[in-house]
Design a protein around this ligand. Sequence first.
Ligand code: ADP
Length: 292
Amino acid sequence: MRDEQTFSFDVCVVGSANLDLVATVQQLPGPGETVAGDTYREYPGGKGLNQAVAAARAGASVAFVGAVGGDAAGTVLRAVLTNDHIDAGHLETVDAPTGRALIGVAATGENSIIVVPGANAAVTGAGAPSTRVVLAQLEVPLAAVELALRNARSARSLTVLNPAPAQAIDESILRWCDIVVPNEHEIELLGGVDRLLDLGARAVVVTLGSRGAELHSATGVTHVDPFVVTAIDTTAAGDSFCGALCARLAAGDELLVALRFASAAGALCTTKAGAVPSIPTRAEIDALIDAT
Ligand code: ADP
């Protein structure tokens, strides 16, 4: 990140946008079975969209690079972005259905999920605007993640990868990452913190849910304390954390200061149900930090 450079936005998020279709049922159907559902709701989702909303609510100017279909769901997701003042000029409309997650939730809380990437599979990662920070996840093709991070590095942006959902990825992507933010499961599949530092990451932030996070760098390990809250739904906690972290890094905060802010954002997200509705604003995050 170089301050003398001019950037179009603070943060660019390259990633997925989905519409989540959620039905509650007494018992999940088995193969060949049909059951009557109790309730039905639609929610915007996808890690890319969630993280873009999180960065915007945390105070950053944000551009989103992704793809939706030319269907009603695509229109809904575009509106979600613009409602949070996120630039959707690089949200392509492609000839595929908008990504969807079909989610059944049983009375026991057990769920079963079918994710159809649809338009997300058409994201190329090309043509991102110049931004201080570029943030990517792994719900779009790995070639798109690689291209976006490589271009960002050439443009001297700070590159941040949230390697979720968990999967093994190789050096062709990891070598372009300045900061990697995995959870405990993801870091295992990536081969451990030392591998990422050896490949050139200047920091690896392992998120630990209610136990906070750990910052690993060449100088050692620092624990980032959690904020104590009453958690009711942890959906999108990691997304809130990543978006808020990038917003503060783009604003020029030191990494540990930005991590404290991100930790408050992640904690607050768990206090409300759902993904997008539970992502906190800058005012809410500042209030939690001030009260602690
Ligand atoms: P993911 O959802 O990607 O697995 P985590 O569950 O590790 O991510 O959560 C991300 C961050 O959100 C944590 O590092 C922590 O700062 C915060 N967080 C998550 N759950 C809680 C919780 N129950 N109480 C306080 N903070 C939490």
